[in-house]
Design a protein around this ligand. Structure first.
Ligand SMILES: NC(=O)C1=CN([C@@H]2O[C@H](COP(=O)(O)OP(=O)(O)OC[C@H]3O[C@@H](n4cnc5c(N)ncnc54)[C@H](O)[C@@H]3O)[C@@H](O)[C@H]2O)C=CC1
Ligand SMILES: O=C(O)[C@@H]1CCC=N1
Length: 273
């Protein structure tokens, strides 16, 4: 059994740990953080709590860094001795920190895998990108894929594309939550209670995403599936309600707003690195 030790127990580690617990793999998880958040996560989910950072490193086969990017250097500086002794595989989920930057903060020859998950890990629907550092092996990559595939889909991605990936998947749940909140608010304006409006929009988003996936799979397998643009056309009856809405949205800059949001996200990730 592989032991996954999480350093940092905030939103992202919490989502992955909850996904692991839902997958029945809580026995493989160990957590530790600086400010009591790991104790709260351990209590909430039933996973084990390490006594300290060095203890976690000594016990874990895979150490998952889930602290903010600017905290990573401080955390690693305090763990050098333990990391040098135990030589675990190190996984980072931090935005903006390349595998080569991580390697420069670790003992020589450290095995590093970079992962970029998203918040949907908590419901086992993350979209996670993976990239290996210089010393990591195929087996190391598979160990991390084994962890992340329990909490969603995984994809090996060239590291140069991570900034773009963060815009499309790491950060995009916030775009989608903003969409849900805004559309639900429109429902409230029209007289539907907020909770009901949110439930309606969330199911519509879920169904739409699923439709895109099914059509994409059909396209791959038979060449017949519809693209997202085809699906927009399929909902827009000529002279109907949807096209009136889509035209009004585009007049207000909907597609441009998303593209600008993705560009700003990518630019910020490049700036952090
Ligand atoms: N929140 C998200 O949706 C996503 C976050 N990420 C990445 O995950 C990482 C963590 O982000 P969040 O979970 O959102 O942050 P957070 O602020 O919710 O959690 C950070 C955790 O780090 C701990 N911590 C802070 N200083 C520490 C120290 N010196 N030693 C040990 N633990 C310390 C805190 O107690 C907390 O448990 C970031 O690097 C971020 O780029 C990646 C993908 C998505
Ligand atoms: O906002 C952030 O920097 C992190 C990385 C991806 C999602 N949250």
């Amino acid at each position: 059994m592989t032991t996954y030790g999480f350093i940092g127990a905030g939103n992202m580690a919490g989502a992955i740990v909850e996904g692991m617990v839902a997958a029945g793999r809580s026995a493989e998880v160990l957590v530790w953080s600086a400010h009591g958040s790991a104790a709260a996560l351990a209590e909430r989910t039933g996973v084990a709590l390490a006594a300290s950072g060095p203890d976690l490193v000594a016990l874990a086969d895979v150490v998952v860094l889930a602290v903010k990017p600017h905290v990573v250097p401080t955390v690693l500086a305090g763990l050098q001795e333990a990391l040098d002794a135990a030589r675990p595989l190190v996984v980072s989920v931090a935005a903006g920190l390349s595998t080569s930057r991580l390697e420069s903060l670790l003992p020589d020859g450290a095995r590093v895998v970079r992962a970029m998950p998203n918040m949907a890990a908590g419901v086992r629907e993350s979209m996670t990108a993976l990239a290996t550092g210089a010393a990591a092996s195929q087996e190391d990559l598979e160990a991390v894929a084994g962890l992340m595939s329990e909490v969603g889909s995984t994809m090996v991605l060239a590291e140069k594309d991570f900034s773009a990936f963060i815009a499309l998947a790491g950060s995009s749940p916030a775009f989608v939550f903003t969409f849900v909140e805004a559309l639900a608010r429109a429902g409230v304006e029209a007289g539907i209670p907020k909770a009901q409006a949110v439930e309606i929009v969330a199911q519509a988003v879920l169904g739409s995403a699923r439709t895109v996936q099914v059509e994409a799979r059909r396209r791959r397998e038979t060449g017949q599936g519809r693209t997202p643009a085809d699906l927009v056309d399929a909902v827009c009856s000529p002279g109907g309600t949807t096209v009136a809405g889509v035209v009004a949205m585009e007049r207000a800059g909907f597609s441009s707003a998303l593209i600008e949001g993705a560009r700003a996200t990518r630019a910020r990730d490049l700036e952090l690195s």
